[in-house]
Design a protein around this ligand. Sequence first.
Ligand SMILES: CC(C)(COP(=O)(O)OP(=O)(O)OC[C@H]1O[C@@H](n2cnc3c(N)ncnc32)[C@H](O)[C@@H]1OP(=O)(O)O)[C@@H](O)C(=O)NCCC(=O)NCCS
Length: 187
Amino acid sequence: MSNEKPLSEFQILPATPEMLPDILLLEEACFSSPWTRKMLETELMGNQFAHFLVALRQGQSALKATSAIVAYHCFWIVFEELRLMNLAVRESMRRQGIGKALVREAFHFALDQAATRAVLEVRASNEPARSLYTTMGFVQVGKRPQYYTNPMEDAVLMEMNPLVMPSGRLNAPTCCAGGESTSTDSP
Ligand SMILES: CC(C)(COP(=O)(O)OP(=O)(O)OC[C@H]1O[C@@H](n2cnc3c(N)ncnc32)[C@H](O)[C@@H]1OP(=O)(O)O)[C@@H](O)C(=O)NCCC(=O)NCCS
């Protein structure tokens, strides 16, 4: 797996509607049952609980250089609960800390809003994602049999309760200036 750029050359910003086509391409490249454009649109523009971040190559304009998008993360903050909804990093850019940096940013948002726990669901076979979440302090709390399709697979439920910022190397790139998506319905 090639490392195109060191993490320091990336920044995390709120997603904008102009980024949707590139986020959709990333989504389709990363998942066997990807979210549709409509679902992404809904998260970005119609769901009051949703926050949508992208990781961009540093120095690129967020509006003009959408091809610079190398990762995205959608999460909800529903009162006291942070829900990690979707996270994807371009394959050639993995294992550089970008996924972790995006989840850390979600933690910042959630803690700022007084969230006290975090939850997520992940495919049982998704070792990279499970490893990432475990590294960050999530623990398995349950299973949902045959929850996913294409292929049919169990979901593992993971939780961090109480929600705390993981210790260790803070290797996040330049980070978003507090912006967030204004969104509509749930997926
Ligand atoms: C899961 C995913 C988001 C991880 O993103 P990433 O940027 O590569 O992750 P990071 O570089 O931040 O990894 C942080 C830690 O997670 C763990 N990890 C990440 N990928 C791993 C892998 N392939 N194997 C084992 N552990 C892994 C490691 O502990 C890693 O730390 P290290 O690199 O210092 O060992 C990425 O693999 C991806 O986009 N996968 C496809 C989409 C997906 O499955 N999304 C998750 C849906 S729940």
